[in-house]
Design a protein around this ligand. Structure first.
Ligand code: LLP
Length: 441
C-alpha cells in the first residue's frame, strides 16, 4: 500500500488504504474487486469502523458516567447482520416500528435493552413490543399513554415507560430534522403544562411504571450547547415534579443527534466532546438541584454507522456543458440516497480506481433517476473521470439505505461487509423479480 495524503481519505472508514495502482481499499479489500464481484451501486460497510464507534461511545460515556447505556438508533440503518454486531458489542437498541423490532427479535437481541420510540405507534406494534417485554416504551402523547396502559392491563403486566418531553430547544438542524422545538409532532411540551399533566396521568396509571424522561432535539446537531440547555430544563422539570408529585427521576435520555463530518470544510464535535458536555451538565445540575443521578441513556445512530459506510457507483454518461458545468452521471442517486435532495446534504467523492491521480476536474455527480433534483454531489474535484470509472462517496452509512426507495422501478443496491481482507454480502441486490413479487394481477 502506498502512503496517500489525499485529505478526503480521512472521511472514509478507519481501515481505508490505497494501493500502488491507486485503488481504494476498505477493510483490506480492493474496492475495484468488490465492484467486479457485486456490481454497483454497492454499499460497503467496514466492520472495524462500526465496532470502533460502538466502543468509542461506550468508553467516552462510561468513563465519565458509569451508569450509561448506549442504545443504537436503528433508524440510521439496521439489518440482521448489524443487529448481531450491536448485540455482540453490548449495545441496546432504539426501535421505532414493528419492522425494526422484528429484526432485533430475529437475532435474539435481549429485549431488556430495547426501547420503543415513535409518535404514532400502532396498537399491533405496541402489542408486539409488550408481548416481547421490551425494556421501555417511550410514550410520546396522551393517546398513547392511555393505549399502553390499557394494553398492559389486558396482558396483566406493568410496563416501564419514559415520557418524551419537548423541551422547546432549537438544535439548529435542517428544519426537516428539528424535533425539540415547541411546534413539533413529537412529545409532551414542557412550556404548555402538558408534560406536567402527563406525569400525573402516568403515575396514576394502573399498569405503567414511569421511570424517567426522554427528549430528542434533532439530527445532526453540530454543537453541544442545545443538549446542555435541554438537560438543564429536563432536570428542573424533574425537580418540580419531585416536589409537586413525589416523582423520582431514575432515567434520563437526551436522545441522539450526534453529528459526523461529511465534508472537509465542516467541523463537528467529537464523541468525547458530546460526552463531556452531556455528562458535566447532568452532574452539575443534578448536584445543584440535589437530585440523585439518573441512569443515562444515549441514542446515537448516524455517529455509529455513518463513517463505516461507503457508496460505490459506476460512472456512465459524462455531459459537458461548455462554461456551465460537467455532469458525471452514476448508476445510483435519489433511489439509494435521498439525503442531498431532501436535506440539501453535502458529500465528498473520489474516483476509487484512480485515487493517486491528480484531482484536476470539477464535476457535479448526478444520479440516474428522472428528476433534475437527483444530484448526489455538486462541484466536487475529481481525477479525470471516464465511463466505467468507480465513484466512491464516503460517510454513506447512515440514513441512505433505510430511506432507499424503488423510484423508477430501480432495484435497491447490494450491501457488503468487509473485514480483514474478506467480504461477505449482508444484503443481496434486489432483482426485477423482487420488484414485482408483491404485485397481484
Ligand atoms: N433518538 C431518536 C428519538 C431519534 O428520533 C433519532 C433520529 C435518534 C435517536 C438518532 O439520531 P442520530 O444520532 O442518528 O442523529 N433522516 C435524517 C435523520 C433523521 C433522524 C431522526 N431521528 C437524515 O438523513 O439526516
Amino acid at each position: 500500500m502506498s502512503q496517500n495524503s489525499l485529505p478526503k481519505l480521512s472521511l472514509f472508514p478507519l481501515t481505508t488504504e490505497v494501493d500502488n495502482r491507486g485503488h481504494l481499499y476498505i477493510g483490506g479489500y480492493d474496492s475495484v474487486e468488490l465492484v467486479r464481484e457485486y456490481g454497483t451501486p454497492l454499499y460497503v460497510f467496514d466492520e472495524f469502523t462500526l465496532r470502533s464507534k460502538c466502543r468509542e461511545f461506550q468508553a467516552e460515556f462510561t468513563k465519565r458516567y458509569p451508569e450509561t447505556l448506549i442504545i443504537y438508533a436503528s433508524k440510521a440503518f439496521l439489518n440482521r447482520a448489524l443487529a448481531l454486531i450491536f448485540k455482540e458489542e453490548g449495545l441496546g437498541l432504539d426501535v421505532v416500528s414493528g419492522g425494526e423490532l422484528s429484526v432485533a427479535q430475529s437475532v435474539g437481541f435481549p429485549p431488556n435493552k430495547v426501547y420503543f420510540h415513535g409518535n404514532n405507534k400502532t396498537t399491533d406494534e405496541l402489542k408486539l413490543a409488550l408481548n416481547w417485554r421490551v425494556s421501555r416504551i417511550v410514550v410520546d402523547n396522551f393517546y398513547e399513554l392511555d393505549l399502553v396502559n390499557r394494553l398492559a392491563e389486558e396482558m396483566e403486566i406493568v410496563q416501564n415507560i419514559l415520557l418524551r418531553l419537548t423541551p422547546g430547544v432549537d438544535p439548529h438542524t435542517h428544519r426537516h430534522t428539528t424535533t425539540g422545538i415547541l411546534d413539533s409532532k413529537f412529545g409532551f411540551p414542557l412550556t404548555t403544562g402538558q408534560a406536567d399533566i402527563a406525569v400525573a396521568q402516568a403515575m396514576s396509571a394502573s399498569n405503567l411504571n414511569l421511570l424517567g424522561f426522554h427528549f430528542h432535539l434533532g439530527s445532526p446537531i453540530p454543537e453541544v450547547s442545545p443538549y446542555q440547555l435541554a438537560i438543564d430544563l429536563a432536570l428542573r422539570f424533574a425537580k418540580e415534579m419531585k416536589g409537586k408529585r413525589d416523582f423520582h427521576l431514575e432515567e434520563l435520555s437526551p436522545g441522539g443527534g450526534f453529528a459526523v463530518k461529511y465534508t472537509l470544510d465542516s467541523s463537528t464535535p467529537s464523541i468525547a466532546n458530546y460526552a463531556e458536555a452531556i455528562v458535566s451538565k447532568l452532574i452539575s445540575t443534578a448536584d445543584e438541584l440535589r437530585l440523585a443521578y439518573p441512569q443515562l441513556i444515549v441514542e446515537p445512530g448516524r455517529a455509529i454507522v455513518g463513517q463505516a459506510g461507503v457508496a460505490l457507483y459506476t460512472a456512465g454518461t459524462i455531459k459537458e456543458i461548455p462554461r456551465i458545468r460537467n455532469y458525471v452521471c452514476v448508476d445510483g442517486g435519489i433511489g439509494d440516497n435521498v439525503r442531498p435532495a431532501f436535506y440539501e446534504a453535502r458529500y465528498e467523492a473520489l474516483v476509487a480506481n484512480k485515487v493517486s491521480e491528480k484531482e484536476s476536474t470539477k464535476v457535479t455527480i448526478a444520479g440516474r433517476y428522472c428528476e433534475s433534483g437527483d444530484i448526489l454531489v455538486r462541484d466536487v474535484a475529481l481525477s479525470p473521470v471516464l465511463p466505467g470509472d468507480i465513484i466512491a462517496i464516503p460517510v454513506s452509512g447512515a440514513y441512505s439505505i433505510p430511506m432507499a426507495n424503488n423510484y423508477n422501478m430501480v432495484p435497491k443496491p447490494a450491501i457488503v461487509m468487509v473485514r480483514d481482507g474478506k467480504a461477505h454480502p449482508i444484503r443481496r441486490r434486489e432483482s426485477y423479480q423482487d420488484l414485482m413479487s408483491l404485485d397481484v394481477i
